[in-house]
Design a protein around this ligand. Structure first.
Ligand code: FES
Ligand code: FES
Length: 267
């Protein structure tokens, strides 16, 4: 790999990519990460890309890494077919290298993992965890691709002024000791977990692993959170229990009323 390419990997992601770039095998084929552009999002977290302004993205098979000011990670935009685009995390779940697109699949230049551009699923190892997918919509008339970085999950309450209100009627598990609820609030765009612990206390934490940004999963039997990428484990209050992560998950404040649990600081 050329010095230029290694420098590119360091430039796109900073220190984590620097470490990943250092692990590149000398014989890795010259598949490059997608070109990078910097943009800003609206106050609602929507990025609007005029596709015709980006020659790397405009043709079918094109791609672009989009760094959004203030966002937690860059996203990879792929032009899959006429009027058909996808937006995924641009960071490989294996060892955090920035990803490229060969026109058919998302490819990691570091150790050649591949991912389906439509849903982010792994199609070739060594990566075993798929890529996070973002909500986007393309308007063929205006040729504008809108990416909603804070889209939520249908049926889960939105974050309004940083507050998510989960009623016991909708989420009865929150009444029961040992109950766990998770979902993606619109207005925030990332999964959060709410625990009713065995002692009856409530906790709420973010899902983004502090090691390299994978989404953690709840383990009900253990009452903790497991990162499928490199096996870090966090307690229900977000503290590191074991593994390579060294920082806790983002923690939210939780309170309850007679009919709901209220999570604040979700912004
Ligand atoms: S970092 Fe190893 S396959 Fe992507
Ligand atoms: S991303 Fe590496 S342990 Fe979570």
């Amino acid at each position: 790999m050329s010095t230029t390419r290694r420098g590119f990997l360091k430039g796109i992601l900073g220190t984590s990519a620097a470490g990943a770039a250092a692990t590149l095998p000398a014989c890795a084929p010259d598949i490059n990460p997608a070109p990078v552009t910097d943009v800003t999002a609206s106050s609602e977290g929507v990025v609007s890309l005029q596709v015709t302004r980006y020659p790397d993205l405009e043709p079918v098979g094109g791609s672009l890494t989009v760094r959004v000011s203030g966002a937690s990670e860059p996203v990879l935009v792929t032009h899959n077919a006429k009027d058909d685009f996808s937006v995924l995390s641009s960071i490989c779940t294996h060892a955090a290298c920035p990803l490229g697109f060969d026109g058919r699949e998302v490819v990691c230049p570091c150790h050649l993992s591949k991912f389906n551009p439509v849903d982010g699923a792994v199609t070739q190892r060594p990566a075993t965890v798929g890529l996070r997918k973002y909500t986007s919509k393309y308007n063929p008339a205006t040729q504008v691709l809108s990416i909603d970085l804070r889209a939520g999950e249908e049926g889960f309450p939105a974050a309004v002024n940083g507050e998510v209100r989960l009623t016991f009627a909708q989420f009865p598990a929150l009444r029961d000791n040992g109950g766990i609820v998770n979902g993606v609030p619109s207005g925030y765009g990332k999964r959060i977990f709410i625990f009713r612990r065995d002692d009856g206390t409530l906790t709420a934490v973010d899902s983004i692993c502090t090691h390299q940004g994978c989404e953690v999963e709840a383990r009900p039997a253990e009452q903790d959170l497991f990162c499928p990428c490199h096996a870090s484990i966090f307690s229900s209050s977000g503290d590191v229990v074991s593994g390579v992560a060294t920082l806790p998950l983002k923690k939210f404040t939780v309170s309850e009323t007679t009919d709901a649990v209220v999570v604040t600081g979700v912004q």
